[in-house]
Ligand binder design. Structure first.
Ligand code: BGC
Length: 764
C-alpha cells in the first residue's frame, strides 16, 4: 500500500472513530434543556422559507471585501429571509433593522449583528501581529474585553475575530491580522481572545460572540499570495496549523468562519471532513459555521461545482450553517431539498445552530440588548480604554537593535524627526480598524510633544512620500498624504533638517493598507524611496534611530547593518504616537518579542524557527551538498522570539530535576535569569524542546512554555518550567496524539536561536 493511501485510510478511520463518539448521548444541563425546548417550539412554528432565511447573512452599510450581492435587504428582513446582518453598527442603525425583524416579521426572530472588530472597535489596539509580540495573554484578553464592551455598546453582538491562521510567509498581507508563526503561542492567544470577547456569560449586554477564522489553514497560501491554493500533509496540519483553531474552540468560541482556500483538493467551504468530522465530531464544536465573504459562490471558480445551486448544496451538506453575502442558500435550498440533494434534517440542524447562538446571546429575551445610545456615548473611546490601549501598544514594541545604547533618548537638545510616518495619524491604526477614527489617534510627533512640550526641540521633515506611485498612494492613504514635491527635493530638505540636530529619529514603514486582506507584496522592503531617505540620513554621520511601522516582517538587510538603533513599532493603534514616545525616551523599557521570523531576503521565505532538520543539515563550514543557499545564510535576520531591552539579561544554571522521566511524571527545569544591565526590565524567558528521534520527523525545536519576568538591575530570579508527557506529544502518521520514548533536548533562552540546553530521556 502506498503511503498516501495508508494516510487516507488513517484519516478515514479517525473519522469513523470520532463519529461513533458523536452519537453517544451526553448529559443535558437544565439550561441546555431549556434552550432546546425553546428552539424546538420555535422551529415547529417555522416554515421552510423562514428556516432557510435564518441561514442568510447579507452585508449592509460599511466597507465590503467583495461583490455586493444582496439588494432590498430591508424587504428581505421583513419577509423573514435574513438571519443576521453585518457591517451595520451604531445603536440607531442597528435598531432600525432590528425593529423590522421583531415588529414586522411573522415570528419576530431577532437578527444577529456582526462586524470585523479585529483589534478594537473604536479604541484601536495594535494590529494582532503587534499585539502578539507582548506574549501576554492577560493583555490580549483585556484588549478583546474592551473591544467587546465598545462593540456591544454600538449595537453589535458578533465579531469576526480572532483570526488564528498560522503565518510563515510575510509576503501574505494578512499575517498582520494573526499572531504569527507558532502554534503553541497562537493557541494561547486564540483562547485569550475568545475569553475576552465572550466573557463568562454571552447573554450579558457587554459580551459578544467570537468567530474563529479562517478555518482552516488560510495562512499557508502558496507564495504568500492571498486566496491562493494550500496543499499540506495531515501531520503538518495537525501538529503545526490546527492547534490555534482547536484552542479557540476549546475556549468556547460560539462560531467559526470557513476559509477561502482548499484543503486536500476541496475548498474548506465544502469540505465535510473539515467542517463536520474534524470540527464537530473530533473537537466537539457546538456553535455555528459561517462562510467567508461569498466563499460558496467562489467554489465555482475553484472548479468544484457547476453552478451556484450545486456549490450551495455541497456547502450545506459539508456542515456550513450560514452563507455570508452569496445568497446561494436563499436561492436554492428549497430546490435542493425537492431534488433530494439536501435533507430537511440538514436544514433543521443549520437553522437550530443559528437560533441557538441568538438564544445564547440573550437576543430572544431582549432583541435590543446590545442597543443603547447611553452606553454608546459613555463607554466608547473612554480615557480608561485609551490608557489600556497605550499600555498594550508600549508592550507590543520590539527593540531590534541598539548599538552603544543609543536608546533611550535624552529629553533635551534638538531632534530631527523625519519620515512620511512621523507626523500622520491616519496610518497609526493599521489594517482592519474598520470602526476606528484615525483622527482620534496620536502621531509620533504629538506623542513626543505630549510628553515634553517645548522642552525638546523637534525639527520635522517628511523626507519622501510613502510610495512612489502617487495615484495608488492617494487611493489608499488619501489625497492629503501625497506631497506634490519630488522625493529628491524632500530628501534634500530632510538632510538639511538633520544637519541642525544632534540626533535623527526616522519614522518609516508601510501605510496601513499595504497589509491586511488582498495586500500581498512580493518585495517586502521599505516601500517607495524610504530606503534612499534613510541612507541619506545615515550619511550625515549623525546617530539615527529608525522607528518602523509595518504590518508584516520587512526585509531590513541594509538597515540592520547601517542603522545603530531600530524599534519595530508595527501599527500600534489609537495610542501609537504616545507609546512610541514613551519607549523612545525610556519611560517604558521595551519588552516585545517577535512572533514571526524576519528573513534576510525574500528568497528565504517561507522561513520559521520550528522547521525540520532535513537529511543534509548545513553546519556552516562551506560544505557543498548540504541544505543551504549559495548566496545567503540559512539563518534569519531576526529569529522568532527575538527582542532586546534597554537592559541586558543573562541566563545561567539550567537544571533538570531528572535525567529520565516516566510518562506519568513531571519534569522540572529551572534556570536563573539575571538583569545584568542598568535599567529595570521585563524579559520573556522561552522554553523550547526538541524530540531527537520520532516515528515521523520532528522539528528542530518547538516552543513549549514561556514566562514574562520583571527584574530590577542586578536582580536574579529562578524560573521554573514544568514539562509533562503531553508537552512532548505530537500527532504521528496515524494521527494519534502520543509522546514517544527517547531523547529530548530542552532549550531555555531569550529567543528561539540563543539558548542554554540540556537533555533528558522519556521512558517507554
Ligand atoms: C474576510 C474575512 C472577513 C469578511 C467580512 C472577508 O473578505 O476574509 O476575514 O471577516 O470578509 O468582512
Amino acid at each position: 500500500m502506498t503511503k498516501i493511501k495508508s494516510t487516507a485510510i488513517v484519516v478515514l478511520l479517525s473519522m469513523l472513530v470520532a463519529g461513533s463518539g458523536y452519537s453517544q448521548v451526553a448529559k443535558v444541563s437544565p439550561e441546555k434543556a431549556k434552550m432546546d425546548k425553546f428552539i424546538n417550539e420555535l422551529m415547529s412554528k417555522m416554515t421552510l422559507d423562514e428556516k432557510i432565511g435564518q441561514l442568510n447573512l447579507p452585508s449592509i452599510g460599511f466597507d465590503v471585501t467583495g461583490p455586493i450581492v444582496s439588494t432590498d435587504v430591508d424587504k428581505k428582513i421583513k419577509s423573514g429571509f435574513v438571519g443576521g446582518v453585518f457591517n451595520t453598527f451604531t445603536p440607531s442603525a442597528v435598531k432600525k433593522l432590528q425593529d423590522i425583524a421583531v415588529n414586522e416579521t411573522r415570528l419576530k426572530i431577532p437578527l444577529i449583528f456582526g462586524f470585523d472588530v479585529i483589534h478594537g472597535h473604536k479604541t484601536i489596539f495594535p494590529i494582532p501581529l503587534g499585539l502578539s509580540c507582548t506574549w501576554d495573554v492577560n493583555l490580549v484578553e483585556q484588549s478583546a474585553r474592551i473591544a467587546a464592551q465598545e462593540a456591544s455598546a454600538d449595537g453589535l453582538s458578533w465579531t469576526f475575530s480572532p483570526m488564528v491562521d498560522i503565518a510563515r510567509d510575510p509576503r501574505w498581507g494578512r499575517c498582520a491580522e494573526g499572531s504569527g508563526e507558532d502554534p503553541y503561542l497562537g493557541g494561547k492567544i486564540a483562547a485569550a481572545m475568545v475569553k475576552g470577547y465572550q466573557g463568562s456569560d454571552l447573554s450579558k449586554n457587554n459580551t459578544i460572540m467570537a468567530c474563529v477564522k479562517h478555518f482552516a489553514l488560510y495562512g499557508a497560501a502558496e507564495s504568500g499570495r492571498d486566496y491562493n491554493t494550500v496543499d499540506m500533509s495531515y501531520v503538518k496540519m495537525y501538529n503545526e496549523y490546527l492547534p490555534p483553531y482547536q484552542a479557540a474552540v476549546d475556549a468556547g468560541a460560539g462560531s467559526v468562519m470557513s476559509s477561502f482556500n482548499e484543503i486536500n483538493g476541496m475548498p474548506a467551504t465544502c469540505n465535510k471532513w473539515l467542517m463536520t468530522d474534524l470540527l464537530r465530531r473530533q473537537w466537539g464544536f457546538e456553535g455555528f459555521v459561517v462562510t467567508d465573504y461569498t466563499a460558496i459562490n467562489e467554489m465555482i471558480d475553484h472548479g468544484i461545482g457547476k453552478d451556484l445551486k450545486d456549490v450551495s448544496g455541497m456547502a450545506l451538506n459539508a456542515g456550513i450553517d450560514m452563507d455570508m453575502v452569496g445568497e446561494g442558500f436563499l436561492l436554492y435550498t428549497k430546490e435542493l431539498l425537492k431534488e433530494g440533494k439536501v435533507t430537511i434534517q440538514t436544514i433543521n440542524e443549520a437553522c437550530t445552530r443559528i437560533l441557538e447562538a441568538k438564544y445564547k446571546l440573550g437576543l430572544f429575551d431582549d432583541p435590543y440588548r446590545y442597543i443603547s445610545e447611553e452606553r454608546a456615548n459613555t463607554e466608547i473611546l473612554t480615557a480608561a480604554n485609551r490608557k489600556v490601549a497605550r499600555e498594550i501598544a508600549e508592550q507590543s514594541i520590539v527593540l531590534l537593535k541598539n548599538d552603544n545604547q543609543l536608546l533611550p533618548l535624552q529629553a533635551k537638545g534638538t531632534i530631527a524627526l523625519i519620515g512620511p510616518l512621523a507626523d500622520v495619524k491616519r496610518e497609526m491604526i493599521g489594517t482592519w480598524s474598520a470602526a476606528g477614527d484615525n483622527n482620534k489617534s496620536e502621531s509620533v510627533k504629538n506623542g513626543i510633544k505630549n510628553l515634553f512640550g517645548e522642552n525638546v526641540t523637534l525639527i520635522s521633515a517628511k523626507g519622501c512620500n510613502l510610495l512612489t506611485d502617487r495615484t495608488f498612494l492617494a487611493e489608499i492613504c488619501g489625497k492629503e498624504s501625497v506631497d506634490p514635491r519630488s522625493d529628491d527635493e524632500m530628501i534634500k530638505e530632510a538632510v538639511e533638517a538633520a544637519s541642525k540636530a544632534e540626533i535623527i529619529v526616522a519614522v518609516l514603514g508601510e501605510p496601513a493598507a499595504l497589509s491586511g486582506e488582498a495586500a500581498s507584496r512580493s518585495d517586502i522592503g521599505l516601500p517607495g524611496r524610504q530606503l534612499d531617505l534613510l541612507k541619506a540620513l545615515v550619511a550625515t554621520g549623525k546617530p539615527v534611530v529608525l522607528v518602523l511601522m509595518n504590518g508584516r516582517p520587512l526585509i531590513l538587510d541594509w538597515e540592520s547593518k547601517n542603522v545603530p538603533a531600530i524599534l519595530e513599532a508595527w501599527h500600534l493603534g489609537t495610542e501609537a504616537g504616545n507609546a512610541v514616545a514613551s519607549v523612545l525616551f525610556g519611560l517604558r523599557n521595551p519588552s516585545g518579542k517577535l512572533t514571526m521570523t524576519f528573513p534576510r531576503n525574500v528568497g528565504q521565505i517561507p522561513i520559521y524557527y520550528n522547521h525540520k532538520n532535513t537529511g543534509r543539515p548545513y553546519a556552516g563550514n562551506d560544505e557543498k551538498y548540504k541544505s543551504r543557499y549559495l548566496d545567503v545564510v540559512n539563518e534569519p535576520l531576526y529569529p522568532f522570539g527575538y527582542g532586546l531591552s534597554y537592559t541586558t539579561f543573562k541566563y545561567s544554571d539550567l537544571k533538570l530535576d531528572k535525567a529520565n522521566m516516566k510518562s506519568n511524571e513531571t519534569l522540572t527545569a529551572t534556570v536563573t535569569l539575571t538583569n545584568t544591565g542598568k535599567y529595570e526590565g521585563t524579559e520573556t524567558a522561552q522554553l523550547y524542546i526538541r524530540d531527537c528521534v520520532g516515528s515521523i520527523t520532528r522539528p528542530v525545536k518547538e516552543l513549549k512554555g514561556y514566562q514574562k519576568v520583571s527584574l530590577k538591575p542586578g536582580e536574579s530570579k529562578v524560573i521554573t518550567f514544568s514539562i509533562t508527557s503531553k508537552d512532548l506529544a505530537f500527532y504521528n502518521d496515524k494521527l494519534e496524539f502520543k509522546a514517544e520514548a527517547g531523547k529530548f533536548i530542552l532549550f531555555v533562552g531569550g529567543d528561539s536561536a540563543n539558548n542554554l540546553e540540556s537533555s533528558f530521556e522519556l521512558a517507554q
